[in-house]
Design a binder for this molecule. Structure first.
Ligand code: OGA
Ligand code: MN
Length: 274
């Protein structure tokens, strides 16, 4: 997948994604950053803005298109326990979908494995179309027309992260999306929620929290979960609009895990540099 794909191959990939929601592609070496970016761009516009900056840190991967999901700093040293960046990254262990806290959502994410730990650090996935279909009819009726608010800082806090600075908070305001997503290609419905959900529009906080908690508990039952065990060179592609995912724990102050993510968006975004 590191070569340019022709239109038929890309259409085939999109059809596979529409069918399976998550696809894994193995390679005998990790993709270079340039290959990763070039391939991903064929699947949609990518975020070319600056990543929001966590105060006081340097940049390890010099490409705005790639999100550094490793536990390493710019010198390749493993984050120390207590590092703010480690705390924020551990929030990936909550069930989420990428960039639901942005108004222009993520469509595909392509996560590439450069270094994997000897144990742990799998990534779990759920197909939220299967979840939606399995909901009781009465619940589906309650969801009709609901709009949900997603906040990046809400899930960082939930994941044990520190309070954001004002500049960090301002760099990612919340977004609003219908709780039911309908895929324009397949017509299938899915439940669009995540640990980023901070409320339901027009609902009191308690009622919103209890419905969201109930939906998350239903969605994340073990029978809905696929766990990906990484090998170096793997690229896993998922459709954020129809899945949830989470990182699973590993000994992250002892072993390196170097994962890099390209993210396609619903539309081009030109973020203002932070
Ligand atoms: C991501 C993500 C999980 C992991 O890259 O968006 O959530 O296992 N990754 O690294
Ligand atoms: Mn993610």
């Amino acid at each position: 997948m590191h070569r340019a794909a022709d239109a038929a191959t890309l259409a085939e990939l999109v059809a596979l994604m529409d069918r399976y929601a998550v696809c894994a592609v193995g390679h005998n070496r990790p993709l270079s950053n340039e290959e990763h970016i070039a391939f991903s761009l064929q699947l949609g516009p990518m975020d070319r803005g600056k990543s929001p900056k966590i105060a006081g840190t340097g940049i390890r991967i010099p490409h705005n298109e790639l999100v550094d999901q490793s536990n390493m700093d710019q010198d390749g040293a493993i984050y120390a326990e207590g590092d703010r960046r480690l705390a924020f990254k551990r929030a990936n262990r909550l069930w989420h979908t990428d960039m639901s806290f942005r108004q222009v959502r993520a469509t595909y994410s392509l996560l590439s494995a450069h270094v994997v730990p000897p144990e742990g650090g799998d990534t779990d996935f759920i197909d939220m179309r299967v979840v939606y279909d399995a909901l009781p009819q009465a619940t589906k009726a309650r969801l009709d027309g609901l709009v949900v608010e997603h906040s990046y800082w809400y899930s960082r806090k939930l994941g044990g992260g520190p309070d954001p600075t004002e500049t960090e908070r301002a760099s990612r305001p919340p977004a609003r999306h219908p709780v039911v997503y309908v895929c324009p290609r397949t017509g299938r419905k899915s439940l669009y929620i995540a640990s980023h959900v901070s409320g339901i529009l027009g609902w009191p906080e308690d009622a919103a929290r209890s419905l969201i908690d109930e939906l998350m508990a239903f969605a994340t039952q073990p029978r809905h979960v696929y766990s990906h065990k990484w090998r170096v060179g793997d690229v896993v592609i998922w459709d954020n609009l129809i899945t949830l995912h989470r990182a699973t724990p590993f000994d992250d102050t002892r072993y390196r895990r170097d994962m890099r993510r390209a993210t396609c968006r619903e539309a081009p975004v030109h973020s203002v540099p932070a």
